[in-house]
Design a binder for this molecule. Structure first.
Ligand code: FDP
Length: 336
């Protein structure tokens, strides 16, 4: 079998479809390289002194783990000097990180959740890195500065999105708007190898993922949907459902890409003014686009995730994504 590396895949995509400019290709390769570094740290575990709390809080007031901070630094250091980026934004940083003056500025904006699923670091369960790429709006020519406002674009404007999952295998999943491809890290060679192309999520499923401990706080439409799943064969759905909840969004989404399913992290009554737990720009947009590109759907219960106009960088959102027919069902329970 011919091994197709990530580099070769991107070069061939560029040749055939012409929609991956070389700067974007470089950007994706640099992110992949950073993910390799993060993967090495994750694999070292207790031997690498990377476990435990960093002793700091992030902008959302959540305690940062050492690995959150390390992964954030790795992504910044890898990306700041290449000339392909204007600025970066991370779930772990309050403001945007503008590429320093000593390096050339490019036309792309990179957003990332450096280490998703932090509660799973210590327990040796899959975690990941999620990223999203936007183009800097042409509001004042290439010489003009970059501001937080430039990042506030809807998910539909993404030009690349992906995630890397650090599990039994390290796997990178990528879309540039032409389907979804999967690459597995060959640890001996140190390169990502194409292992699946044109991934499709089955439209129907019998598996849901939600944190059931929040049931008493849910809104009526989510409650109705899950109640109907739980009623199984004798209920209105006429089939038995299974449940999975890894509590790492990357792992739950990865399972859905592999065999279908629906993932929900809905708004709930605990903090009514908070639209949801997950972050629109670092989690919902990239995952939403990947899922759509694989034939699935992603909404906040009322609206397509990718159509939401963000008002702030760290905006939160309610998330329902996965197998198309199930997502449409839950969404219709909200809107009808
Ligand atoms: P975490 O806070 O551990 O980083 O990003 C938020 C997230 O993980 C998701 O990856 C995951 O799906 C969810 O939170 C888990 O939330 P619960 O602990 O409430 O189940």
């Amino acid at each position: 079998m011919t091994h197709i590396s990530l580099t070769r895949y991107l070069v061939e995509q560029q040749r055939v479809h012409g929609h991956i400019p070389s700067e974007l290709r470089l950007l994706i390769e640099v992110v992949a390289r950073a993910c390799k570094r993060i993967s090495i740290s994750v694999n070292q575990g207790a031997l690498g002194e990377i476990l435990g709390a960093a002793g700091t809080d992030n902008v959302q007031g959540e305690a940062q783990k050492k690995l959150d901070v390390i992964a954030n630094e790795v992504l910044i250091e890898a990306n700041e000097w290449g000339g392909h980026l204007a600025a970066m934004a991370s779930e772990e940083m309050e403001g945007i990180y503008v590429v320093p003056n000593r390096y050339p500025q490019g036309e792309y904006l990179l957003l990332f959740d450096p280490l998703d699923g932090s509660s799973n670091i210590e327990v040796n369960v899959s975690i990941g890195t999620i990223f999203s790429v936007l183009k800097k709006p042409e509001n004042g020519g290439p010489e003009s500065g970059v501001s937080e406002q430039d990042f506030l674009q809807s998910g539909a404007k993404q030009v690349a999105a992906g995630y890397c999952i650090y599990g039994p295998q390290t796997t990178m999943v990528l879309t540039v708007g032409d389907g979804v491809a999967m690459f597995t890290l060959d640890r001996e060679q140190g390169s990502f190898v194409l292992t699946q192309e044109d991934i499709r999520i089955p439209e129907d499923t019998k598996e849901f993922a939600i944190n059931m401990s929040n049931m008493r706080h849910w809104d009526a439409p989510v409650r109705r949907y899950i109640d109907e799943c739980l009623a199984g064969r004798d209920g209105p759905r006429g089939k038995d459902f299974n449940m999975r909840w890894v509590a790492s969004m990357v792992a739950d989404v990865h399972r859905i890409l592999t065999r279908g399913g629906i993932f929900l992290y809905p708004w709930d009554k605990r903090e009514p003014e908070k639209p949801g737990k997950l972050r629109l720009m670092y989690e919902a947009n990239p995952m939403g686009w990947i899922v759509e590109q694989a034939g699935g759907a992603a909404t906040n219960g009322r609206q397509r995730i990718l159509d939401i106009q963000p008002k702030k960088l760290h905006e939160r959102v309610s998330v329902i994504l996965g197998s198309k027919n199930e997502v449409e069902r839950v969404t219709s329970y909200h809107t009808k």
